[in-house]
Design a protein around this ligand. Structure first.
Ligand SMILES: Cc1cc2nc3c(=O)[nH]c(=O)nc-3n(C[C@H](O)[C@H](O)[C@H](O)COP(=O)(O)OP(=O)(O)OC[C@H]3O[C@@H](n4cnc5c(N)ncnc54)[C@H](O)[C@@H]3O)c2cc1C
Length: 453
């Protein structure tokens, strides 16, 4: 069946990627329609309420390794205030050989858990002297060339097993929701991988690229919550003329049409900006489902948190038996949250380990995880309220990304969002803006000729 193109562009999915493209196209005068399955746009930038405060139930900060978010805020004149997290950074919890759980600040200079200065005191504190000496040998090894192993194999063979267990794996699982065994450095941090080959070692590459700030502080947030970024962008896109239809799940797509079940819309171009599994389904790609990402936000009344015992939060080494893999102490990290909470009240976000979200959704389970990760004596009675949230389509594994990208290219459908750009706003937003730019720029004469033939 053919359709007359009734719109310039249809975007499927109203997360930050879809909203960015909708705004860019609308301000360029294009007729753009965004279709969002759920009742609200924003995707993984979602507002919730805990302790009477509006808080993030999805992403809560963005990496400053690109200027993507700040540029968008400036260019779209979004009325949001970008803020720095409180200094102090995050901790890692690990098990000493004695069996005791210890917690230490993450190394001041590291990338993806790899230390720039393996013999620095903050690295020795985590790895022990032997582990640190082994890690320091990485610089002396031959340049990493040839077929790239998994990140876990790479860091174990080059820095030793302790760097993988106490730094790389906890970071990988908490930040990227993937095991270091299932990812490659070149997909997680391509610049670092390239630099390692040019500089001769991973240590030299990290040394050259790592910001001189503590891990966990190379991020920024939005005063009042990151969800405001999506809410304000939606408002600006609407004012620019974009049509945004929420509660509108798309069932099928072609390069020039979308099927809503009861209605078919057509356009010159279609962009898929959904999560990875939804994109795979729309493109007819058979992929293994990634597990959901589970989270709880808990209000805790305990003066043990008044002194910020684990800085902005803590990530757990895999050997620690805990239903949570990471904890963020929200009001230690964000001054706006501290100012808004009543005295003695604290907010923590617990990120669940795979398959263990249910253990965190009541006060007893949340209190147990908080005790293990922070060492603060929190009883179930101290946990006032637990807000659980599950993200079923948050993880884009490398095989899914490859399969989806190939299917989209083959069918002439544009692909945006984390499935195309990689996880995180610092990647997703610049990618979405570049894609929108490609849709608004008229083809060059030579491209025009290619279309004709
Ligand atoms: C708990 C959590 C914490 C995170 N923390 C951070 C962080 O601190 N910093 C950071 O940078 N990133 C973080 N991320 C990742 C970040 O949120 C994502 O990379 C980013 O928001 C992805 O945006 P997106 O637009 O690609 O996808 P999404 O936000 O997933 O949006 C996709 C949209 O498509 C819609 N959709 C799906 N199927 C259909 C369909 N068939 N028809 C119509 N619509 C459909 C969905 O409802 C959704 O609204 C976090 C993610 C989670 C889950």
């Amino acid at each position: 069946m053919t359709h007359e193109a009734t719109h310039d562009v249809i975007i499927v999915g109203g997360g930050i990627a879809g909203l960015t493209i909708a705004w860019e196209l609308a301000r360029a005068g294009r007729d753009v329609v965004l279709l969002e399955a759920s009742d609200d746009a924003g995707g993984m930038l979602r507002r919730g309420v805990a302790a009477g405060l509006e808080v993030d139930l999805g992403a809560e900060s963005f990496a400053t390794r690109t200027t993507g978010v700040a540029d968008l805020v400036a260019d779209a004149r979004l009325p949001v205030q970008l803020v720095e997290p409180a200094p102090g950074g995050a901790h890692v919890a690990f098990r000493r050989r004695s069996g005791r759980v210890d917690r230490a600040p993450l190394p001041r200079r590291a990338l993806v858990g790899m230390p720039a200065e393996p013999l620095a005191a903050d690295v020795v504190r985590i790895l022990g002297r032997r582990g640190a000496r082994r890690a320091a040998q990485e610089r002396l090894l031959p340049t990493p060339v040839g077929a790239e192993p998994s990140l876990a194999e790479l860091t174990t063979s080059r820095f030793g097993a302790r760097v993988t267990a106490r730094l790389v794996e906890p970071l990988c699982r908490s930040v990227y929701s993937q095991s270091a065994e299932s990812v490659r450095l070149s997909s997680l941090h391509p610049v670092l991988w390239e630099k390692a080959q040019a500089a001769g070692s991973l240590t030299a590459a990290v040394d050259a690229l790592a910001p001189a700030v503590r891990a966990g502080s190379a991020v920024r947030g939005v005063e009042g919550g990151l969800w405001r970024l999506a809410a304000e962008l939606e408002a600006v896109a609407l004012r620019a003329g974009a049509v945004i239809r929420t509660g509108t799940p798309v069932r099928a797509v072609t390069a020039t049409s979308v099927d809503l079940g009861h209605e078919t819309l057509s356009a010159a171009s279609v962009v898929i900006a959904t999560g990875p599994t939804a994109a795979a389904e729309l493109l007819g790609v058979d992929v293994a489902l990634a597990p959901p990402v589970g989270l709880v936000v808990a209000e805790v009344a305990s003066d043990g948190f008044d002194a910020f015992p684990v800085g902005s939060g803590v990530i757990a080494a895999p050997e620690i038996d805990c239903a949570a893999k990471a904890l963020t102490h929200v009001d230690a990290k964000w001054q706006w949250a501290a100012a808004a909470l009543p005295a003695g009240s604290h907010l923590v976000r617990l990120s669940a380990r795979e398959g263990r979200h249910d253990e965190l959704t009541d006060a007893a389970g949340a209190a147990a995880a908080i005790r293990t990760l922070t060492g603060v004596r929190v009883s179930p009675g101290d946990v006032r309220r637990v807000v659980p949230v599950s993200w079923p389509d948050a993880v884009a594994t490398p095989p899914v990304r490859q399969a989806v990208a190939a299917a989209a290219a083959e069918r002439g459908i544009r692909l945006a969002g984390a499935v195309a750009a990689g996880t995180g706003l610092a990647s997703v937003i610049p990618h979405a803006r570049a894609l929108a730019c490609g849709l608004t720029t008229p083809p060059t004469p030579s491209e025009g000729v290619r279309h004709v033939h």
